[in-house]
Design a protein around this ligand. Sequence first.
Ligand SMILES: Cc1ncc(COP(=O)(O)O)c(C=O)c1O
Length: 340
Amino acid sequence: MKLEKMEKIHLGEYPTPLEKMEHLSKKHTGGKFNLYIKRDDATGPAFGGNKTRKLEYVMKEALDGGYTAMLTYGGPQTNHGRTTVAAAIKCGMKPILVLGGKKPEYLSGNLTLDAMMGTDIVFTTDMEKAAKEVIAKYEAQGDKVYNLPVGGSTLTGVVGYIMAVKEIMDQCEAMDIHPKHLVATVGSLGTFGGLNVGIRYFHAPFDVIGVPVSPGTKKETVSEFVNKVAEFYEMDFRVTPEDINIQYGPDDAPYSGEEYNKPDPLTRAAMFELAREEGIISDPTYTGKTFRGLLDMVDKGIIAEDTIFLHTGGAMAVWTKEHLDDMQQELFGNCTISEI
Ligand SMILES: Cc1ncc(COP(=O)(O)O)c(C=O)c1O
């Protein structure tokens, strides 16, 4: 399959803004080089984020295949799930989410939005069994169910971030800027893997540095994924784990935090800094960790040239109980809130 043959539908607004972070550049580089932000948190629909780029290709495939229902998976606060639901609705398909864990007592963050959009939400501790049951139920009523894996990081979905590289290159050219690095989050790999394919396929003048959201994220897993994609799309390069640039951060305080989605004060400090210096909201599970990594790499001189931070969305996690609870004391103690 040739990449050029891949077709997509319109779900998001592109190009997403590419902006200089004026205040943070001055503060952290002393004006020696610039820090930019690529606003993929602003893709839309339903608050958008990185999943929209993937879903444009996935939905095209689903519509062409005559699917009438869209099923995907994730944790209770999956951003991927929320965006997939919105995309399915736009395409006239029934949205279904199978989410890990017990049915909650209270809706917050993404779950509130999933419920508002009328999603069929199924909680389970056995994803495989639940998926089988749900698919059988929908098929029995005449639906054809598109079964989209976690994160939408499939051979189809990954095209979104391969093509995003070209968009960034065109934008840099139009703005006459010459960044040397693009810093992105490493989750289910569609984004970071796609970018790694894209920079090689389009011969980008910048590299990609990944920040993992879970401890134990391996370069081998990324290189395998990149090679699988490169082979599928008949590209003429292959990579080794050494070609993949993931920065884990200090051993005693890794950028990923102790575990996926665990509230973490260092991540929150970086989130507050981005909010207070640039008025941009990041999230505690993905982009806050990546942003903390970016600032730390700049402060330590690991990054010493113009760099773009890819904001992949996810701010809905700010409005979940575990993260709100952890922010209360810090914000009340670190902000002017008064009463007259
Ligand atoms: C806000 C946000 N950023 C980054 C990621 C990671 O993207 P990927 O799963 O493509 O690696 C996710 C994944 O869910 C996300 O929700």
